[in-house]
Every structure is written in C-alpha cells, then in structure tokens.
Design a protein around this ligand. Structure first.
Ligand code: FAD
Length: 487
C-alpha cells in the first residue's frame, strides 16, 4: 500500500453519464480498493467548450440523479453534488478529502476529454492515482480498427469486425458501498438536487413526461426485460413501423448510463435462441451507437462541422418561417408533423420518423442540418452528442458513411409504407384523425366532401403543404449539383 493510501482518504468516484451501480467499472474498482467512497456528481456547464444540456435532457438528468442517490443510500452511501467547472471542484475536493484515488468512466466529447486530461495531470502531479474505465461502450473507439490499423469509415465492415470481438461480461452490483473518510463540512459547499433546477417550472412543460417515462437504473432494467420478452420477437420486421411501438425505448437510459450496452448485449444474447434474426438486428443498432461514438472521438467537431468539408460551402435557404413550421409540426406533411409533435409531447421520436423529418428539413426545406441537430438536442430526452450529430450528418449526406445527398425521402410514400393505416399520424395529429386511410398521408388529394366530413378545412385547421414535394426535390438536387460543380 502506498503512503497516500495508508492515510485512508476516501476513494473518489466521479459519476458522469454512468448513473448505475451494476456494471459500473469505475465504481467496482473503487469499492475493490477497500477505501470508503465519496460518490460525486458535478454539473459542469462552464468549462471551456462544454455543451450545456438541452431542456428535455435536463429533466431526465434530475430523475436519473435522484434514482442514483436512492440506490447509493440503500447500500450505505449517498451522492454528493457540486456545480461549477469540474477542475475547480475536484481541486477543492482533493484539498478537503485527500483522496486515496480517483475513479471515473471515460467520456468522448472533445471538451470533456480536455477537462479530464487536465484534471488527471494535476492529480497525478500530486501523487493521486486516477483510474479510468470504459463504462459507456461495447468497445473503446481505439479498439476497433481495420487491417491497416485505421478507424472504420463505413458501418458494415465495422459491424463485422465488432461481431468477431468478445464483449466483456457485465460486472455485478456491489453489495455494500461504504461511505466516510471525508469531513461532514464538505456538504456545506455541495448542492442539493433541487438547487440545480433541472426540472422546468412555470410552465412545467415536462409534466406529461412523468406519466410516460420512469427514470433510473431499476426502470432501465425493467424496460430491458419487458422489451426482451415482448418487443424483441418480430423486432427486425416491426422496428420501422412507428405505430407498432416495437423498439426498446432504451435510448434515454443508455444516454445517461442507467444501463450499459454490455448488459444489453449479454441479456439479449442469452435469450437469442429461436430469435437470432431479431436479436442480431437489435444488437446491430447497439453497435451503431458505438460506431457513432467512434466517429465523435475521431471527429471532435461532429456537431458543428460537416465531416465532408465540401458541405461547408452548401447554400442553405435560411427560411426561418419554414424552420418554425417544422419545429411546431405544421408543415402540412402528416408524417413529418406527427413526428415533430411526438417529439414535443413525449421527448422521443421513432427512428424511422427521425430520418423522415431530418431529411425533410435538410432537403425539402434546404435548412442547415445544424438547426435540426440543435432542436433535437434541446427536445430529445435521449439527446446524445455522438448519436445525434452523427445521424444528422448521415441524413444530410455530409458524414463519413452517409446516405448520398441525392437520396431524398418522399414524406408521402414513406408515410404510406410505414404507417399504412395512418395510426401514427392519427395519434399525434388529431386534426386528421377522421380522414380515411387513403388520404391520411395526402390530405390535399381528398375531395371536398371527404375533408368536410373529417372536419378539415385546409389552411385553417390543418396547414396546406409548406412546399411542393416535386419542386422542393428539384431545388435540393439543384443545390447539390451546384455544390458538386463548384469543386
Ligand atoms: P432501438 O431500436 O431499441 O435500439 C436500441 C439502441 O440502439 C437505442 O436505444 C440506441 O442507443 C441505439 N441505436 C438505435 N438506432 C441508432 C442509430 N441510428 N444511431 C445510433 N444509435 C442507435 N439516438 C440517440 O440515442 N440520441 C440522439 O440524440 C439521436 N438523435 C438522432 C437524430 C437523427 C436525425 C436520427 C435519424 C437518429 C437519431 N438517434 C439518436 C438514433 C435513433 O433514432 C435512436 O437511438 C432510437 O430511435 C432510440 O429508440 P430505441 O431505444 O427504441 O431504439
């Protein structure tokens, strides 16, 4: 035992997007060190370059931290919360507690990596050991490389490479998490969860979320079990049907680390017998998440700069009224409006519809994908720096492994294919609830008497399409050709 450890300061466990006790490598290693633990969370919105959370994600974070604190208390500890630049907070804690070691799971955004590096250097210089772990991904970005030792740019070979790699088994939940080794005066400078004001008040626009979502590790485990039992059979064929509710909805839990991908991997694999196709499809989605993180790691500006530099010169239309209509679900295209209203009402949107609305914004409205990324960042409960930015670039055609720009989703045929009886549109666009199925994705084709019977007055209680599909498509292709010819 080193001289510092013999002083019996606490082991400091810094929770960051890994709000769980089971399969938490940093926590397990700290418990194994034998020292009592100081369990820490820092709300850092002021370190250089750190992107503040959006409103919906802040709401989730509140419940997530609350649940984490309750779980820690069950095992004899608690969560101590601070607010401010992480470097300053950790410096102060080191002064007051003289920790025997500092433990965390790694993060992948450039600004966070810079903060962690700076803190690690300072602690190491003081002789305090810092131990970091992979608590967030199946595999670290630098572990998955092609034959030339370079990162994969395309998903399919990445998936193939990952499929041949073993996934570490998840760690058990510690049986006891001993507290102590720090002065109670430490709490004087800490904050309560309520102090962080993460949940909205006046108006409490998140009130409907409470009935729809349960936050925390236990809820994540329950959702996984229910999904494996009820949702996984048929996942491969039903996952694209938004009304089927056939996907796991684990994304916000994964975003905040209430469940880890290795737990999902092993739980799904253990039950794969007889449902190999569904399981492989589901796990390939979890691998997409790793792939997005690898892209973020290799492209630190993923949310702000097109990976394909050619797109930096794209001529966007910059139509604010159209952007606002998109945000509010008032474009006149039913599937787009249903998606944007599902997002606003529930904090989540089905993946197929995310692709449709994103394509509509970028291509039909010729609006910079960063506007859409920012709106999703603010309104999605699962808003994730890697998944969100990568997927927006994928749709926009500027990412490393993207759909080509000239592939433009037709919002009508997409609606008719994936929501054939209009159940999804009816659920989120009540104005159209009584429109017969043949017209539910194209109300402008409905005869006057059909519209009247359905209570629809075009342009009055439901908008006419804000752009014509054919003309918008030609405009987008023209803008793309201009970009290509200018190079
Ligand atoms: P399931 O189908 O049950 O999949 C299981 C898990 O796999 C998901 O929880 C998610 O972690 C991961 N996953 C699934 N699809 C993808 C994907 N395309 N890319 C990366 N990971 C995936 N996902 C986010 O978690 N946060 C975001 O901010 C986000 N923004 C997106 C923006 C756009 C424009 C698009 C097209 C997709 C975005 N996605 C994002 C990916 C995807 O839509 C969601 O992960 C998925 O809809 C979550 O639902 P689920 O948990 O039921 O997914």
């Amino acid at each position: 035992m080193s001289g510092r450890e013999s002083l019996a300061g606490p082991a400091l466990v810094w929770f960051r997007d890994d709000h769980r006790l089971s399969d938490n490598p940093a926590l397990s290693a700290a418990v194994d060190s034998g020292a009592p633990l100081l369990c820490l969370y820092i709300l850092d919105e002021s370190s250089q370059g750190v992107r503040p959370l959006g409103g919906a994600a802040r709401w989730w974070l509140h419940g997530s931290l609350d649940a984490l604190d309750r779980s820690l208390r069950e095992l004899g500890n608690r969560l101590v919360i601070f607010q401010g630049p992480a470097e300053e907070v950790v410096d102060r804690l080191v002064e007051t507690t003289n920790p025997s070691g500092v433990y965390w799971n790694r993060r992948y955004q450039a600004a966070e990596i810079a903060v962690d590096r700076a803190i690690k250097a300072r602690l190491t210089a003081r002789g305090i050991a810092v131990r970091s772990f992979n608590g967030r991904l199946l595999h670290e970005p630098w572990q998955v490389r092609n034959r030339a030792g370079r990162p994969f740019q395309v998903f399919t070979p990445y998936l193939r490479a990952v499929s041949a790699m073993p996934v570490a088994p998840p760690l058990p939940r510690p049986r006891e998490i001993r507290a102590g080794g720090w002065p109670s005066s430490l709490l004087d400078s800490s904050r309560s969860l309520a102090d962080l004001r993460l949940e909205p008040e006046n108006p409490n626009w998140a009130a409907p979320f409470t009935g729809l979502w349960q936050r925390g590790e236990q809820a994540a485990q329950e959702r996984l079990s229910t999904f494996l039992e009820e949702g996984l059979p048929g996942y491969a064929s039903r996952r694209d049907v938004p009304a089927a509710e056939a996907t796991s909805r684990l994304s916000p839990h994964l975003r905040f680390g209430e469940i880890g991908p290795r737990q999902i991997w092993h739980a799904a694999t253990a039950r794969a017998d007889g449902r190999e196709t569904d399981t492989a499809k589901f796990l390939s989605e979890v691998v997409w998440r790793d792939f997005c993180h690898q892209q973020l790691h290799d492209n630190p500006d993923l949310a702000t700069a097109p990976c394909n530099p050619r797109f930096a010169h794209f001529r966007w239309a910059g139509d604010n009224a159209a952007l606002e209509a998109w945000r509010r679900g008032l474009t006149g295209y039913p599937i787009v409006d249903a998606g944007m209203r599902q997002l606003w009402r529930t904090g989540w949107m089905h993946n197929r519809v995310r692709m449709i609305v994103a394509s509509f914004l970028v291509k039909h409205l010729l609006t910079d994908w960063r506007q859409g990324e920012a709106w999703f960042w603010d309104t999605l409960l699962d808003a994730d720096a890697a998944n969100n930015a990568f997927n927006w670039q994928w749709v926009a055609g500027s990412g490393p492994d993207s759909a080509p720009f000239h592939r433009i989703f037709n919002p009508v045929s997409q609606g008719e294919k994936f929501d054939p009886d209009g159940a999804y549109v009816r659920a989120y666009v009540p104005e159209l609830a009584d429109l017969p199925s043949p017209f539910v994705h194209r109300p402008w084709d409905a005869p006057g008497d059909v519209l009247r019977r359905a209570g629809i007055a075009p342009g009055e209680n439901y908008p006419r399409p804000i752009v014509d599909h054919g003309a918008a498509r030609e405009r987008a292709l023209g803008a793309f050709r201009a970009l290509r010819d200018a190079q």
